[in-house]
Design a protein around this ligand. Structure first.
Ligand code: AMP
Length: 398
């Protein structure tokens, strides 16, 4: 992997694709979670320390691609980054015309320029070669540090790399994500336990299939478990279920049997009589949920089983909540998993967490610094775990 580590970028104009797609308060436009910005600092600081002029590129949200829109401007990011770096980060705000070119050309060693939201124009998402060339002409080296968009073949994430046949690099964040994911998938110590949750089996099929040859234990929780439980003949009441995926669930279980993977579903479910935090609550066996009830969290017995498996694991992947954790009354299973993974990590296991909901649960419980690795890219991590080649990664490898 050609990273920026052993390269000196003195006096170069280095283009860096970051993922500054951060959540903003709709009214005040304040950044509500700056994790992605902070995670990009090591790369930016290394380039500045070398004496490079740094040109940062990112998208933010989903603008209409028809030009500037105040609410999607990267201005709050430029301001926040200025504070974090302790230097003035300029915003190139003429939306990819001559002033941006001039700003980039005049940039001096040790200075930082942030381009405006790349998605103000349609060329970015279309992967337009002319737009990629325009961006490429602004610098003489290219660094991709945007894992969160590495699964997209966009102008700034993939197409641009062809213009830097000898000067394209993995930034620290992107390299770190790949190193961790490779360790997880191919070099982890055994036993390896995957904990997969969330609402639907259909969105996790490819992950499950790619993990089966690799893992020793598969814990399947959250709403998706009920499709499996029904496929085994269980009564799941009005729990969420994909009836058109019952055969697929059976096939997945057959495959796990064939590969010797031990798999676990919640044996008991905390149920509600309606999809609401204030629902009446009762616990039933997950395969004997009465008609009017809906499984919304893993019960105490399930949690105990899951905790034991997690404690005995040396490699742990967690993606997806164990229940409707947005409702506090149905968040106990998810919190228990977060704590169990943290405890196992403190005892020497390698843990990898991905997906917005699992990461949110970890942050809610202030456990982030007790995990080995938390991915900055939900969708990109999922695709990597599905065994797909990410265009942003492939483009740097060439
Ligand atoms: P996903 O986007 O597929 O990863 O699923 C995340 C969502 O699954 C969260 O919003 C959870 O509220 C939801 N979820 C988890 N468990 C259940 C359940 N038992 N019933 C309905 N939704 C669930």
């Amino acid at each position: 992997m050609k990273t920026i580590q052993n390269q000196n970028f003195a006096n170069q104009n280095v283009l860096v694709r970051c993922d500054f797609n951060v959540p903003l308060n709709k009214e005040t436009r304040e950044i509500t979670d700056d994790t992605r910005i902070r995670e990009s600092l090591p790369t930016i600081k290394k380039l500045l320390a070398d004496g490079a002029a740094v040109i940062l590129m990112s998208h933010l949200g989903r603008p209409s691609e028809t030009g500037f829109e105040e609410k999607y401007s990267l201005k709050p990011v430029a301001e926040h980054l200025s504070k974090l770096l302790g230097i003035n980060v300029k915003l190139a705000d003429d939306i990819f015309e001559n002033k941006t070119i001039e700003n980039a050309k005049n940039l001096k060693s040790g200075e930082v320029l942030l381009l405006e939201n790349l998605r103000f124009l349609p060329g970015e998402q279309k992967g337009d070669v002319a737009f990629a060339r325009y961006l490429a002409d602004l610098g003489n080296a290219y660094v991709n540090d945007a894992f969160g968009t590495a699964h997209r073949a966009h102008a700034s994430t993939a197409v641009i790399a062809q213009f830097f046949p000898n000067d394209r690099y993995f930034g620290f964040l992107l390299a770190n994500e790949i190193t961790n994911l490779e360790k997880l998938l191919n070099n982890g110590e055994k036993p390896f336990t995957a904990i997969i949750g969330g609402s639907k089996v259909s969105s996790k099929i490819d992950i499950l299939k790619n993990l089966i040859p690799r893992v020793d234990n598969m814990i399947i929780g959250g709403g998706m478990a009920y499709t499996f439980i029904k496929a085994m003949g269980g009564q799941i009441g009005k729990s969420i279920c994909e009836d058109d995926k019952l055969d697929l669930a059976k096939d997945i279980m057959k495959e796990m049997d064939a590969k010797g993977v031990k798999y676990y579903f919640p044996t008991d479910s905390v149920c509600g009589d309606k999809f609401d935090n204030d629902a009446q609550i009762k616990t039933f066996p997950s395969n004997a949920i009465p008609e009017e009830w809906e499984g919304m969290d893993a019960g105490a017995e399930s949690v105990k089983t899951f905790e034991k498996i997690i404690a005995e694991s040396k490699t742990i992947l967690w993606n997806g909540p164990m229940g409707v954790f947005e409702f506090a009354n149905f968040g106990h299973g998810t919190t228990a998993i977060a704590k169990a993974v943290a405890a196992a990590t403190q005892n020497g296991a390698f843990s990898a967490i991905g997906g917005g909901d699992s990461v949110a649960a970890i942050n809610q419980n202030k456990l982030a610094n007790q995990m080995s690795y938390i991915s900055t890219g939900g969708g990109a991590m999922l695709e990597y775990l599905e065994g797909r080649v990410l265009p942003g990664v492939a483009a740097i490898l060439g």
